[in-house]
Design a protein around this ligand. Sequence first.
Ligand SMILES: Cc1ncc(COP(=O)(O)O)c(C=O)c1O
Length: 439
Amino acid sequence: MNTTEVSLDAQWMPFTANRSYKSAPRLLASATGMFYTSADGRQILDGAAGLWCVNAGHCREPIAQAIARQAAEMDFAPPFQMGHPLAFELADRLVGMLPDGLDRVFYTNSGSEAVDTALKMALAYHRARGEPHRARFVGRQRGYHGVGLGGISIGGIETNRKAFSEQMLPLVDHLPHTHNVGENSFSRGQPEWGAHLADALETVVAERGAGTIAAVIVELVAGSTGVLIPPQGYLERLRAICDEHGILLIFDEVITGFGRLGASFAATRFGVVPDLMTVAKGITNGAVPMGAVFVRRGIYDAVCDASGPGVEFFHGYTYSGHPLACAAALATLDLYESEGLFARAASLERYWEDATHALCGTRHVVDVRNIGLVAGIELAPRRNAVGARAFETFTRCFERGLLVRVTGDTIALSPPLIVETHQIDEMMSVLGSVLDGVG
Ligand SMILES: Cc1ncc(COP(=O)(O)O)c(C=O)c1O
């Protein structure tokens, strides 16, 4: 790795072991289609869509051109008490893709901001309806909802909360997570066991009182916690319990939105519609930071109608609906549509499933699970070193020209939706041989 031209000292890197990274850096220099090129000139097959973002593949010309055009035409427009046409056009386009019932769009710059925005909307909604005591949130163990103080409070990844535990939101309960290798090992698609885990919400309701609960938030397929796929019937049950008790249901689709599961959104695939949905990443193919919250009109109406004249919702970001992000998103949606990428993901699912499950029996592999173009390959942890084996697998894959994502002892795979079957074969072949060599 040639790092003589760049000093690595000044940047405090996010979610990175800074000291060990800086002693053995992995630098990416450029990207196109399914590949990165590393700083030392190697081709790296992207098995992770960057970070669950680049669903249409890297450096797509129409997106790059749309961003360049917009940067030259209007670089920035203030989003408070002002607007620009692209932000409204994009909102209309997005609503056209959403499950029926979701028809209002609020822009953010990231998934974390989308999550904290959705939580605030839930509070504002109940207050507007005269139920301000509905202030409690229900998240889930192992949930990842970004890194805002709201997101880590309702999230359930202990490492992300530990250093900040004195300042978590106070009114939060967590449902059990749905992962159970004993019951659901090597499941293909939605596992059969586990719908009853949604009933834990009834327990929270019984303990706290329905009138204290504002919203429940879950990822549809949890990614950052090891690829956890919802058991059959689980989401339907959550929806029914929320309906029964007037609790809002928030689906966090930051990684599942925009074709990852072979449909526009996971909610579309699973046929369960939330009251609010958070997205980011694939909305612009990762090319410009952007997130959004999709909301039922009734929530928007309640908050607006309850307000006097003037600003109804005291919330927003300088870069909400940034012109470059809107231009990138519109070009991205055009690409998804013109290349039929969501249908492509659906048509590849069976091939992907068979290829990933062929790793069953490979050294260290204790579970393989998949849905859409996502797979989790779970490894047996090393004694007293959780995550170390998977991390070594990740670094060795990178040396062998394959980018994977690792969370705990699970390798998460989520290639761009343009992946070819021979590239899927290549990913499994590299991963299999790396696993054979990892101690
Ligand atoms: C489900 C989910 N929610 C929220 C986030 C946070 O998104 P961001 O990193 O854009 O803030 C992520 C990031 O991976 C995610 O997977």
